[in-house]
Structures are given as C-alpha cells and as structure tokens.
Design a protein around this ligand. Structure first.
Ligand code: CUA
Length: 309
C-alpha cells in the first residue's frame, strides 16, 4: 500500500483496516453535511424562486435514524478497536520474552539467553514475542510502525504487549514519546529473522548469562536468599510457585503476583505486605538497577515454571 509502512506483523492488516474505517467515517461525516449545506444555501438563496411552504422543523423518524445509526457506528468502532486491544495485551503462554529498558536516549533489549543489544532488536519470524518494558528515567514509548505497535515505557512500572512478525526484513524502531533533547535520536531498527537464523544469532552472542541465572546470582549476592527460602520459618514468604498466583495481603486485599507486583515488592516492600509476615524487608530502591530488577523478576518467575503443575 503506498504511503504505508510495510505490514510485517499479524496485527498490521487489522490495524490498517480499522484506520481505513475511521478515515471513511470521517470523510462521510465531513463531506455529507458540507455538501448539503452548500447545496441548500445556494438553492434557497435570497430571491431564488423555490417552494418555501411547509418548512420541516422536526422529524421523529429522522431523529431516530440519526441516533440509532450513530450509536451503531460508534459501537462497531468500539468493538473493532477493543477486541484487538485486548488481544494485543494478552500474550500467548509460549511467547518469547524480550525485556526492554528505555533511557535518555537509547533502548536496551535483552533476550532470554542473556544476549543484549542497544537500539537494535532481533526477533524470530512467525513466533509470538512478548516485550516487557520499563524506563529508567522519563516516559518513552516503543514504536514499530511495520508491526503497527506502540507502547509506553513508564518509569516505576512494567508495561507489556506482544507481536508476531510475519515478514523477514529490517524495520524502523522509534521512541514515540517526547523525552528530552535527544528524543529524535532515540531511534533504531528491528530485524526479523528466520527462526533458525535467530537461534544462530543468539548463540553468536558473547557468553552472557541467561536472565534468570543472572537473577539467581543477584538474589544470593543481595542476601534475599537468607530469608526467602523454604524452611526459614516465619521470616519471609517463600517464592517458589508464587508467580502468577493470587497473594493475600495483610490489609485484606488480594493481588496477582505478576511482574509489576514483584518489582513493587522489591522496591516498596511495605506497601503490599503479605498476610502473616512482619514488615521487616528493607527496600532495594537505588540498590538495584532496572536491568537487575528484570533479572530478579525473571528468576522469581522461573521458580514457578519449575514448580508448575
Ligand atoms: Cu525516548 Cu522519546
């Protein structure tokens, strides 16, 4: 399609169709009233000899058609946009996990094997990929036009979405949120490779530690393992099998132990205190970096995979 970026993800065509639908609606609702207004203004201009008897002042039928028609069109647009929005945010369980940290002014990506890259992202063809995203300073946003994908990277929390690339090639990667002087330089590329080439590319990385392994090392270095261990009595909740499960908190709330919860528990341990435990955990704010947090999260999540049903 001329004027359009290449369509290289499973969501691209759907998003384009929605774009055309919205554009079509806008054109119809801008053109029809304008044309009628000019037509009637000329037809009924002063001095023109036209029938001016029985002017129509109200029509319930017209009102009903107008109201129901617009409501119907709005609901169609809402569903058309909401259904893929939900799909975008519900990654398949087997999705490949890539973490991303935005900072002034670059993107850092890390693959499950530990291979990391800056301002470049390599992804396999035809496989769901989930991005787990955060920022080290201000709000940034990953934008990959060829995938029709935009998502904010927000300091202090995680955002996530997934995509599946459908066409090999190299595509633009932008930061889509004004983030300071270097915003326009915060660009890069996404390379979609055949799955075997991606595996080879991963293997060619320097001997880096897989994310969860690095998280485990950190877990011991920081002393977390002293309390968070089965058999440590009532000191701290055990982390095995925790990820993805509901957690009862001391104030009666129940939350799901997702990435954001684990992150908060490391940085703000007093906020979501687990029921039955003393508030003795110190905060690790300023002690661990965003990348280290992602490693810890990966490690804690891996504890549930091994223990899973
Ligand atoms: Cu980062 Cu704009």
């Amino acid at each position: 399609m001329p004027l359009f970026p290449p369509a290289a993800s499973t969501f691209a065509l759907h998003t384009d169709a929605l774009f055309w639908w919205l554009l079509g609606l806008s054109v119809v609702f801008a053109t029809v009233p304008a044309v009628l207004a000019y037509y009637w203004a000329i037809k009924y201009r002063r001095g023109a000899r036209v029938d001016r008897s029985n002017p129509l002042t109200a029509s319930s039928r017209l009102e009903a058609v107008w109201i129901l028609g617009l409501t119907g069109l709005s609901l169609i647009t809402f569903l058309w946009a909401a259904v893929p929005y939900i799909r975008y945010r519900s990654p398949p369980a087997d999705a490949l996990e890539i973490t991303a940290v935005g900072l002034q002014w670059m993107w850092k990506f890390q693959h499950p094997t530990g291979r990391s890259e800056i301002n470049e992202l390599h992804v396999p063809l035809g496989r769901p990929v989930r991005l787990l995203l955060t920022s080290q300073d201000v709000i940034h946003a990953v934008k990959i036009p060829a995938f029709r994908l935009t998502i904010d990277a927000i300091p202090g929390t995680y955002t996530t979405l997934w995509f599946q690339a459908t066409r090999p090639g190299t595509y633009h990667l932008f930061c889509a949120e004004y983030c300071g002087t270097g915003h326009s330089q915060m660009v890069g590329s996404v390379t979609v490779m055949e799955a075997v080439h991606y595996q080879a590319w991963l293997a060619a990385g320097q001997a880096e530690q897989p994310l969860e392994r690095a998280g485990f090392e950190l877990f011991r270095q920081l002393g977390c393992s002293g309390c968070h261990v089965q058999g440590a009595g009532e000191l701290a909740p055990p982390l095995e099998g925790l990820f993805g499960r509901p957690v009862k908190l001391a104030d009666g709330r129940t939350v799901i132990a997702d990435e954001a919860y684990i992150r908060d528990s490391i940085l703000l341990p007093q906020r979501d205190l687990v029921a039955g435990f003393e508030p003795i955990m110190p905060t690790y704010q300023g002690v661990v970096s965003e990348e280290e947090l992602l490693q810890l999260v990966a490690y804690i999540r891996s504890l549930s995979r091994e223990e899973g049903p």
